[in-house]
Design a protein around this ligand. Sequence first.
Ligand code: CP3
Length: 372
Amino acid sequence: MTSETGSAGAPNPDELPKMSDKRLLRVLHGEAVWPPPVWLMRQAGRYLPEFRALRAQADFITRCMTPDIATEITLQPIRRYGMDGAILFSDILILPWAMGQSLEFVDGVGPVLEPVRRAADLDRLRPERVAEATAPVMETLRRLRRALDVPGEAALGVGQDGATALIGFAGAPFTVACYMVEGGGSKEFAETRRMAYAEPALFDRLIDLLTEATAAMLCAQIEAGAEAVMLFDSWAGLLPPAQFERQVIEPGRRIASEVRRRHPSVPIVGFPRLGGLLVGRYASQTGIDALALDTSADLALAAGLVPPGLALQGNLDPLCLLAGGDALPAAAETIRSTLRGRPHVFNLGHGVLPQTPPEHVGALVEAVRRPW
Ligand code: CP3
C-alpha cells in the first residue's frame, strides 16, 4: 500500500521525468514510436487475483473513494506487466454520484441509479458539489503520480520508474446520460434516445450540464497529476448521424476545447465506441489528439479517415486476449504492423474481460514489445 509514503503533496516537478520521455505521451503528441506503447482498458480488474483480494474489502464506490485502495488497484497491473499507461481506478458514474444521484453497483446486475426523467429530477442535481465529492479521487491521482515517477516510491519493478504515464478519464455526456436516464445498464437505452427526440430542450439541458461538469472534472484531474485524459463514449454507436453530431461530437468538441484552453499540452483521447464511419468526423471536429477505436474498426480504413498526425489507439478483440494461444500474438502483430509508421497506442477495442487468464496479458505485452 502506498499509505507508507505518507500524505502526498504535489510532486516536485524537478524530480519528475520530462513528459516527452514517456513513450505513451510521445505517441499522443503525434510521434510514431516503435514498438508501440501499450496499456489496456480495464487492465485493473477482476481477472487479477490481487484485485479480487482487495475487492472483498469494500464496495465499489468505497474502493473508488479511498485513495489507499484506488492507488493500489491502479498500480497492480503496472507491477505485473509494466504497462506504458496507468488508468486511474474510478468509474464514469462517479460524476452523477458526485452531483447527488443515487448510485449502487449490484453484483451480477451492474450500476443501479435513481432515474433522471423530468425537469424536477434535473433540478436536484448539484454540479457545484462535484469538486468536494471527488476530492479523494484527486488525492489518488497525486499519490499515483508520485508512485509512478519518483524512484522507489511504489517498487514498480525493473526499468519502470518514470516510464508509465498517468491517464485520467471521464464518461462522455451522452454515455453518462444513458445511465442517468435509464437508471442503469441497457442494450438499447431506448428511454434516453426517446427523450433526446421527444424532449430536446430537457435532454440538451442534461447534456449541457454534463459537458460543463466533465470538462471541469478532467481539468481537476490534470491539475492533480493526470498526464493525458480519455473520454469514454461507450454508447455513441447507438446514434444516427444527426444525433451523433449533436450528442457526441458537439459535447466532445466543447470538452476538448475547454481542456485544451486550460491545459494546452495535455493530450485528449476520444473513444466514440462503435461510431463506424462517423469516427472520422468525430476526430476532425472535436479537436482531440487521439482516437480510440473499438474492435469492429478496420484500422487501415480508420487511419484513412483521420488526419495523419492524429494518434490511433486500439483495437484487439478482448475475446482474442481471453482465448490466448497462437492467435493472440498473430492478431497483435497484424494490428501493430498495420499502423507502423503512424502514432499508435496498442490497446484493446473494449475492456479486459473478467475471465481472462492473467498470463495471456503478459503474453500480449511481450508480443507488442517485440523490437522487430
Ligand atoms: O480501465 C479501468 O480499469 C479504469 C477504471 C474504469 C472502470 N470503469 C472501473 C470499473 C473505467 C475507465 C470505467 C469506465 C466505464 N464504466 C465505462 C466506459 C467503458 C466501457 O466499459 O464501455 C462504462 C460504460 C462504465 C459503467 C460501468 N461501471 C458498468 C456498466 C459497470 C458494471 C459492469 C462491469 O463491467 O462490471 C461498472 C463497474 C466497474 N467499473 C467495475 C470496474 C473495475 C467492476 C466493479 C467490480 O468489480 O466490483
